[in-house]
Write a protein that binds this ligand. Sequence first.
Ligand code: HEM
Length: 509
Amino acid sequence: MYSVPWVALLAVPFFLLTAKYIYRLLLSPLSCFPGPRFAACSKLFEAYHVLIKNDWLDMLEALHHEHGSVVRIGPNELHFSDHQFCLQHHKRPDLYKCDNYYGILSYLLGGFADPAHHKTRKAILQPLFSGRTLADFSDSGMSAHLDTLVDRLSESSHAVVNTTHNLWAFTTDVMMSYVLGIETGYLKSQDLKAVHDSTRAFSAIDLATVLRSMPPIKMVFDCVPSLRCFSPLGWIDQVIAPSPSEPGLANSWTIANPNQKISNNLKLIKSNSVHEKGQKSVLAMLSQQLPEEHVLIHELAQAVFIGNESLLSNLTVLLHHLIKNPDCIRRIRAELDEIDVGLYGHRIWRDPKVIRLKYLDAVCRESTRMSAPGWHRQPRQVSTLVEHGQYTIPPMTSLSFTLKLLEHDPTLYPEPLKFKPERWLETNPDSAAMKRSSVTFGTGTRTCLGQFIAHQVLRRTVAALVYNFSMTFSDELSDEMGGYTYLNAYPKKSHEGYLKLHFTPRFSP
Ligand code: HEM
């Protein structure tokens, strides 16, 4: 019988791959765009720079420096540094998010490719982020978490405080109670390191990169849904609805209130009356509109995941720059001193006026600008041709830009690496243009749904800490020599850093 020689078997995939790379390199409509050849051939270019060289943002900047405002960074992706073009383009209502970029989240609000699907899901989830839900939460839940934070830091007076551990427990408690209506009580735990280490998702960006640049691995994740427990969202799924074999989440020691039955949480969410007031009724309503249990769980887990890491990194940047700029602290205190403390005493964060203070607002905006993550870009596609300068770009090409590069654009933000809250207080035309161009919370129809809760958490937390404590670095020299690694958002495992401070209470108890 005739047998196919193994060389021929190997030759077929080799030939197909070679043909694919030759097409991408020489014949694709994108072959006229400048950029590395490796990038034109394969998404592994990105994987190499993210996973191995760890220099993705520097590399993007270098490519634009060398090739100009448009660079091909993938077989079907162009990256832009012409920010006005990006902002203009992102106003289109018919933009698709690139599903390969958003990977395993492609059936969730933040990852839907199709604008129509996104619109439908957004309408369902919107009540979770409404002004009413937020107002209810700010008055009770958020204020109570800040009480705990301030009490805890007061007890640590003069000791070195691992502020990253404290802030992580705080932002996680805040997100869990805001999104899920449950009190995890992590900030009351004896062992904040254990809470941090068992719940913070290190290397989330590496996983996302692997999934987007190695399609066979993404296929495995798609085909075997249980692999999600290895993703950064796995532990949050378990808090919402642990598997029957693991009732109550493995690390139930972190739950402050032993009577709380977290394992029943999903049942609680579903059974709460739609007519009741407040957070639980919103969740009950969501569970009716998203009857597929796993979709509901994953949507809620995604909101918690996006929220706690971004709040942690923003608060870390805030504290870092405030301590380095004592004059900012003086100005915030001067504003807070104008508020009548008769109402709330030192618990000044409870006063709604706090979120309207102009200088405090400028400080928070500046820190959000400076904490934009370097790894995140905004790839979008449209089904029509796009004209840009001398180029006509084919339909469904991924066009992307990186938030951090825009937020550090010196034409919009002179001295972009400098912490200058004053830039947000100016009223001239340049500053109006700067405010219009701010993209820290995303672009177009896909802007951040959590920005109003983020707005409140940041302002109230800064007010609480600045008003009640004098803060100093515990070892600034070694932080500086280590490259301030605590400023890394969504860090890789073993690349994380810890902000270590002294908190000295300003008032006697
Ligand atoms: C300082 C804090 C925050 C920053 C800087 C931030 C930034 C962003 C950005 C840039 C996007 C767009 C991502 C993209 O298009 O690829 C986004 C989307 C989103 N964010 Fe935030 N975020 C913050 C806090 C939060 C919080 C606290 C929550 C949850 C309570 C949240 C929930 C969401 C959701 C659900 C989306 C997807 C929205 C959609 O696609 O319609 N974010 N965020």
